[in-house]
Design a protein around this ligand. Structure first.
Ligand code: SF4
Ligand code: SF4
Length: 167
């Protein structure tokens, strides 16, 4: 299991073209989502996110109205104060959590300071084991996540072996 973030970045970038080919391979054949999910669960069980937190450092977090409600309640502040203090507008993604040099505004060390009330997108991240639609339909997001997330990277590699993908 590869967990070194420098190697994941290098290999994830190097394999972008191969992974794009793999995405088409998965879409063009009828693979069992249940088996792929089980493989991803196995990868997830072997990786401790509290020693990584790389997604919280590098990825933007899009938030919904429901997320805003949950977080303002948890922080006991007004919606106005929450929007001013903790969010920003992104051109492509809409409302996102503010980010500093260390990443997400709620990241403390490797831990989320608002864990119980974190946005839905964080709960399901990196959307390999959990997410809407089939794993094949989520592959377009996973190719990018495989450049910084060990769960995404190792799951894709396990899927290639399971589906006899020729590199
Ligand atoms: S989801 Fe991926 S990037 Fe985020 S902490 Fe877990 S292994 Fe690291
Ligand atoms: S809200 Fe928490 S889990 Fe989500 S990116 Fe920020 S620190 Fe990470």
């Amino acid at each position: 299991m590869l967990t070194d973030l420098v190697q994941i970045k290098t290999l994830g970038e190097k394999k972008r073209v191969e992974n794009e080919r793999f995405r088409r391979h998965l879409k063009s054949r009828d693979h069992s989502d249940r088996i792929l999910r089980r493989l991803a669960e196995d990868v997830e069980e072997q990786i401790d996110c509290t020693t990584c937190a790389n997604c919280c450092r590098v990825a933007n977090v899009h938030i919904t109205e429901r997320d805003v409600e949950r977080m303002t309640k948890a922080l006991s502040i007004s919606r106005k104060k929450f929007l001013e203090g903790y969010t920003a507008e992104s051109e492509g993604e809409g409302l996102i959590l503010k980010r500093g040099e260390a990443g997400c505004v709620f990241l403390e060390g490797n831990l989320c300071s608002i864990y119980e009330s974190r946005p839905a997108i964080c709960e399901d991240f990196p959307h390999v084991v959990r997410g809407s639609g089939s794993i094949a339909s989520r592959m377009w997001q996973l190719i990018d996540r495989a450049t910084y997330c060990p769960i995404a990277y190792n799951s894709i590699e396990a899927f290639k072996v399971e589906t006899s993908f020729k590199r």
